[in-house]
Design a protein. Structure first.
Length: 202
């Protein structure tokens, strides 16, 4: 009879802990070496999301943390406009493990954290396309599910905050045969990372 994990916890737990420590040390190194910051904007938590949408958003953010964690040079992830007394944190904080994954969360706006001229909001609705990674800039991705209901939400927010807004050129590099041109949050993070490392979009 095969042993269940709880019947044989030693090496499995040890291996997982060793891997966790390895990734955590790499995240810590990125912070100490002042690696580029990538901001996830939680201002859109105020949208009336249904329970299913909340779960989908959690899934995308959990994947984003994992994607960043395994990068050779991870970004410093910053959750701005993040409310620890909000419904999202109350529902998913334990599973996101923000502290363990060295994600900085703050209720403050990115405008309070960084100079306005350094900020670039990434939105599918901008006509100005991001063609290369600028190391002097801090890029922002909205923590929202791209849908018709959220159309222009991040674009309008960038205009309201008077910061640069750019789009990822998915129409030039993805053969989108049908449906809306939308990207999940972790896919957007991967594309920014590819540009950061000078890699091709494809």
């Amino acid at each position: 009879m095969a042993l269940a994990q709880q019947d044989y916890p030693g090496p499995i737990m040890y291996l997982n802990e060793r891997i966790a420590k390895f990734y955590r040390s790499r995240l810590l190194s990125s912070i100490l070496n002042d690696a580029p910051k990538l901001v996830i904007d939680f201002e859109f938590e105020n949208l009336d999301l249904d329970p299913h949408s909340f779960k989908e958003l959690f899934g995308q953010l959990a994947t984003t943390i994992r994607v960043n964690r395994v990068k050779a040079e991870p970004f410093q992830l910053v959750f701005a406009n993040y409310k620890r007394d909000g419904p999202f944190h109350g529902e998913f904080a334990d599973r996101l493990n923000l502290d363990r994954n060295l994600v900085m969360d703050t209720p403050r706006s990115y405008l309070d954290l960084y100079p306005r001229q350094q900020l670039v909001y990434l939105s599918r609705d901008s006509r100005r396309q991001m063609r290369e990674y600028d190391p002097s800039k801090i890029y922002i991705i909205g923590a929202l599910l791209e849908s018709t209901r959220c159309r222009f939400a991040s674009y309008n927010k960038a205009r309201r905050d008077q910061i640069v807004c750019e789009s990822l050129p998915i129409d030039r590099h993805v053969d989108w045969r049908q449906g809306q041109q939308t990207l999940a949050i972790p896919v957007g993070v991967k594309m920014v990372a590819h540009l950061y490392h000078g890699m091709d979009w494809k």
